[in-house]
Design a protein around this ligand. Sequence first.
Ligand code: ZN
Length: 384
Amino acid sequence: MKKSLAGSAILLTLVLAGGPAVTAAQASVSSVAAAPAAVQTLSPEQTSALAAKLNALRPTDGSTLAAKVQAQVAIDDDLSAAVIPTACNPSTPVRDWAAAQRSDWTAADLQLADAINSFQPLLLDVLLWPQDAGSNFGLSGEFNTDVNHTFRDLGRFWDIDPAGIRLEPMKGTMLTDQARMFRLFNVAYGFPAATATALATEVVTAMNQEKFDHGNHPYFSFNAFAYPGTVIPGFVIPKMIVMGDGVLEAFKAIGYSDVTAQAILAHEYGHHVQFQRNLFQSDLTGPEASRRTELMADSFAAYFLTHARGDALQYKRIQQFDQVFFQLGDCGFTNPSHHGTHAQRLRAADWGYSVVQNSPDQGHILPSLTFANLFEAELPVIVA
Ligand SMILES: [Zn+2]
């Protein structure tokens, strides 16, 4: 479910460091504690009907607030497609785990999940209303320490201004929250209040089923990305790193909880170094341009993760994680958001580690632009 992509130049012009005050529309939803609704089980017919209704109602023009926000999510790491079954997705530990989580889904359930995901509810909710995202990373907050410590360490490590970069979780419980689903349909998609209320009620009822883990199913929150910050009339969207519960839980389930948050966060923070240092600009276009910036972020990550003044992790462990993580890579080598092949990404990480290894002074951190220049010189070798 890759989005159509705007050019990076457009995106960069929209990067702002601050902005007008939060509007009324951006205010928090009230936390009125409603009694939990009884869980209803939908029949396959009801499930299919809701999927069809959502698909028919999904706006296709670019005039909605949702479309304007989505158009700016150009440089991101949309992993959500990685767990969606397609012919080109080979079996991998993560994909197999994700498939097992859907083993009790019917074809209609998958249709409905895809119809809901196509509205990108979690992505829009966290970008438009980050103040409601909460502070727990992982379903029970088990990644809080790793995420927060790594974020702090990244801020001290790289020579950019970390102020203003928000770190937010992405949690599927939004899907069973009537007020937040109403807000999505009404504000982000512009549906009249009555329509939005009815849709929210139906989606919340459907998502509240056990098979969808009451919204917490990883199919809905399998994502992590960096956002450069944007102003859209009525909304100031801050610079952000978003970490979805689904991706954290997936790697925990297959045995990588000790490095997952660190490695993903280090890559996403690398994108913020690129935003602040104008490193998205190059002579390359299309897939080669995104491949360059993604591989650079992989190198930034390996450098930070293994540096004595960074996370000082064993590179062997990072390599083991990367071996599995890079298997999520898209198959779309012509896609404008292409991240590079598995082998290229591993070479980019290996190279970042080698810069640490070959430094005569293990206590010295290279300036980000110096590191980026070294990367540019190495890029032809990495992609060879
Ligand atoms: Zn990336």
